[in-house]
Write a protein that binds this ligand. Structure first.
Ligand code: SAH
Length: 407
């Protein structure tokens, strides 16, 4: 193996690495011995010359994303060992790759969640045998062949396909050849879409045309709670995508379920998902609308709904967008709180990583105050267990939600 390029930290800047934080910021670096290309594996040393960790080198304020604190990520077994650990963590909470087909309650979940699985920059979602991979760093993008090999080795005949969907996530400035496509397809597996199961419901997921990897797996537990509280209620699901919350509300006994999304493609998959779950949805009336959620809410009659789900896309994708994003969250939540029927419930979420849970709660507080209604927080939510957060990297907790009871 080639000797590794050394990244040497400034004096006293090794603290966070010793506490297993997975990033090295460029400002902490005293010297780089050699000239690494973006995505190369480098070794990080303290000012005193002790080797601390190895990781992917990248350009920008985060200079190294750590892959290992105690081994060499270039070792042949590195990827199989790392992915096996991720699979074991899912199995610990009952999410198994060997659960398959219509009889299994849940056949889709996140298999690898970046920093939360010690693999910064890598996302892999599992859809009943199909792995959809998104690289968020050049290092992970360049490793995708080895990752695919390791998935094949670990999952053997359970694996139907590995689809690389990194074109929208990998750093475009790096001049990579960013075209989505299959890294592997089992003989005879030709489709881009599969019905998968989540808590006993069926969802059709299209990883090629869908948003992100095809489905928003992080809301699984929160969707189940909506199902639990929906009985007899008139439900409005804003930013519904392909209807995850809508299906749970309907099968939980809602009187009616209106769903709104601005994407026509999402609404068309919502219709397919309603059809796929018809048997478990009873007599519920569905209204499916391709519209702007704010406009829809503004023009809807006050008191028409007694359970609302407000799950918008990330309004703040980076710190610079925070102020405007908070204004948008406040406006949206004020509108929902003012419109929900007395005694109604509002499930409200933010998936912006830069909006922490206290800031989000304060924003919803301002929204409530603006309406003058009596509002209580009944519950608080986060991402599911298959989206783990490294205890050394609390920034990984990105999904926040509140259940409001509005009098
Ligand atoms: N709750 C969904 C995930 C929501 S993702 C689930 O459980 O699957 C956010 C969704 O908001 C996307 O489907 C996107 O198309 C939609 N969206 C973005 N801007 C919108 C707008 N202004 N009005 C309505 N929908 C919007």
């Amino acid at each position: 193996m080639q000797p590794m390029i050394k990244v040497i930290l400034k004096k006293n800047r090794d603290e966070s690495l010793r506490r297993f934080h997975p990033w090295v910021f460029s400002g902490a670096i005293a010297q780089i011995q050699g000239s690494p290309a973006e995505g190369d594996i480098v070794a990080v040393y303290s000012a005193e010359g002790e080797m601390l960790a190895m990781g992917h080198y990248q350009l920008g304020s985060i200079a190294v994303r750590i892959l290992s604190f105690d081994g060499d990520p270039r070792d042949p077994g590195f990827w199989t060992a790392s992915l096996a650990r991720a699979i074991a963590a899912r199995e610990a909470v009952g999410l198994r790759c060997d659960a398959s087909g219509e009889s299994a309650p849940t056949t889709c979940f996140r298999l690898v969640h970046g920093e939360g699985d010690g693999l910064p920059g890598l996302i892999i979602d599992w859809y009943d045998g199909v792995c959809v991979l998104q690289a968020h760093s050049v290092g992970m993008f360049r490793s995708k062949g080895r990752i695919c090999d390791a998935l094949r080795e670990l999952l053997t005949d359970r694996l139907k396909a590995v689809y690389d969907k990194s074109a929208g996530t990998a750093p475009f400035k790096a001049g990579l050849d960013l075209v989505d496509g299959y890294l592997y397809r089992r003989d005879g597996f030709v489709q881009d879409e599969l019905p998968v199961r989540e808590n006993g419901r069926t969802f059709i997921v299209n990883w090629v045309e869908g948003q992100k990897t095809g489905f928003f797996l992080d809301q699984r537990d929160n969707r189940a709670l909506v199902g639990k509280y929906a009985a007899g209620r008139r439900v409005l699901n804003l930013f519904c995508y392909t209807g995850g919350f809508s299906i749970y509300a309907a099968s939980g006994g809602a009187e009616s379920v209106d769903s709104v999304d601005s994407s026509a493609r999402a609404v068309s998959l919502l219709e397919k998902n309603i059809a796929a779950n018809r048997d478990s949805c009873g007599e519920v009336t569905f209204g499916n609308y391709c519209a702007d959620a704010m406009d829809f809410l503004a023009s809807s009659e006050a008191g028409k709904y007694d359970l609302m789900i407000v799950d918008p896309p990330a309004f703040a994708k980076h710190r610079g967008a925070l102020k405007n994003a908070l204004r948008a969250y406040q406006r949206l939540n004020a509108s929902a709180i003012s419109k929900v029927a007395p005694g109604g419930l509002v499930f409200t979420f933010s998936c912006s990583q830069v909006v922490d849970k206290i800031t989000f709660a304060n924003t919803v507080f301002s929204a409530a105050a603006q309406t003058g209604r009596s509002v209580r927080i009944l519950d608080r939510f986060c991402q599911g267990a298959d989206h783990p957060v490294s205890i050394y990297h609390p920034e990984g907790e990105y999904l926040k939600g509140l259940l409001l009871y509005v009098e």
